[in-house]
Write a protein that binds this ligand. Sequence first.
Ligand code: NAD
Length: 264
Amino acid sequence: MKFAITSKGDQTSNMLMQKMRTYLLDFQLEYDENQPDIVISVGGDGTLLYAFHRYRKRLDKTAFVGVHTGHLGFYADWVPEEIEKLVIAIAKTPYQVVEYPLLEVIIRYINGSRESRYLALNECTVKSVEGSLVMNLEIKGQLFETFRGDGLCISTPSGSTAYNKSLGGAILHPSLEVLQVAEMASINNRVFRTIGSPLVLPSHHTCMLKPINDVDFQITVDHLTLLHKDVKSIQFRVANEKIRFARFRAFPFWQRVRDSFVCD
Ligand code: NAD
């Protein structure tokens, strides 16, 4: 089996990465940064997000596992003290794989340039470059509302505990094949009106944002932020691709939610 390890880059994570690499090579596993069967991310959730984007072209062939060197993460749930156990599990046992849905984002442009396609593990956010974001939100090709406010966050179920949660979105079990739309400070008064509640859409519903005036937007996909100019539309739906996590022990999602947000 071929493996790769990504590190957050700090001293603790780098040391742990070296240690795991040596152990796994001792078990006759092959280190292959380009075509790994398993990617171990050492650091935090951000490190796993980075690893996901690095290996997004081979998601069907790669499984991910995360070790955290800071606080408990949603994607990084192994502690440094457990790495011997984790290495043995990776080397010796056929591991279970769980698959979770992703978000597909397609940005189309007015000037006819080629559309951009992204996959998000957590979410995509759309904000204006200056002033309020004003966009029509369509669901399944029908106008749902004209949004005015700071921005919109469209998240995966796995990302529902991230930015989406800070915006008052619901926490969703990561196995659900849905996407969630959450508002950022919408303007609501006698003139402007939005739904005001997060929306959860099934996989056969497409959500589309279309500009009213401004056509330049600041769009994030997980940890990446880009300025997109001359935008005609931004389309969101549950992607065909999935992320695969290697599972070596049970760590129920709701327990992780409790340990992270309520108490441990
Ligand atoms: P970062 O260093 O700012 O970390 C953001 C925090 O989000 C970290 O504590 C991380 O552990 C946590 N996080 C990431 N994914 C999570 C998930 N699926 N469930 C629960 N917590 C999660 O940025 P980063 O490490 O590069 O991560 C990028 C993510 O930060 C974005 O995808 C977005 O979800 C999140 N973010 C959150 C807010 C907010 O809550 N106001 C604002 C911007 C970005």
